[in-house]
Design a protein around this ligand. Sequence first.
Ligand code: MG
Length: 300
Amino acid sequence: MAEVIEIYDHRLRALVRPDASLQKLANGAVHSEGPVYFHEDDSIVWSDAHGNRLLRWSASDGVKVLRDPSDYQSGNYRDLEGRLVACSSGKRAIMRREHDGEWRVLVDRYQGKRLNSPNDLVVKGDGTIWFTDPPYGLTEPNQGYGGEQEQDGCFVYRFDPATGEIDAVVTDRMRPNGLTFSPDERLLYVSDTSAFNIPHGDHDIRVYEVVNGRHVTNSRVFAVIEPGQPDGIRVDEHGNIFTSSEDSVQVYSPDGIRLGKILVPEISANLTFGGPGRDRLFITAGKSLYAIDLNTRGVQ
Ligand code: MG
């Protein structure tokens, strides 16, 4: 365990296995992001975000290409019907793969202006899609098709696919990137990666109280993440926060104490819980996909 896990707080021991090992499942991507788990066939779908492809891994089939090009798809999730929903950095939209396999744009505008380049998303228990909208598809040559920013800022939006209603719910972040709800959905965590290319930018996670299931209030810093930036974040059944960083996936207790690290040999970007027991953490890092079995389950 010593090579894989760094423990700073005894509470981490209950979450990791004594014989924990990090498995490399796949490589060959340009830049791996946005893993999402399919329990039906024990597979992972993830984005080769800079390679402009959508990939799938399973133990029996290995790696397969699902979309090429993928319009710089980044974050992936599943809706209440199990359909794949995704952030398209290239199309500047939230997309959904319908039951017949066709990809459909769900939303690409707010107040009549184009979105920046949606990066990551979660589906709330009421079916609404909450997503971040940093400008990386406009500013970074290998993350989108470029273009002008039309929005006044980089927000977190709440989109209701049932009604088409879209609201900017978080407006105090420079470069909102990853997000997750607490298990009871009363808290929303949003990471900011503005330190990536803005001097004195943020590399932290803020937490917000969710009001009436549709607004947020009382923003405060939950944790400052070092080294690197917190890109993707996920929560386990106990409310512990798992965040990517430059050297590891870091684990924080609900009260914001860093419990320890799962060391990853490439820079981790995103993560998701999966496996038949939802106790396997899949990590997209650099060119690769990794997994580690834990003693805690995701709520996703
Ligand atoms: Mg991201």
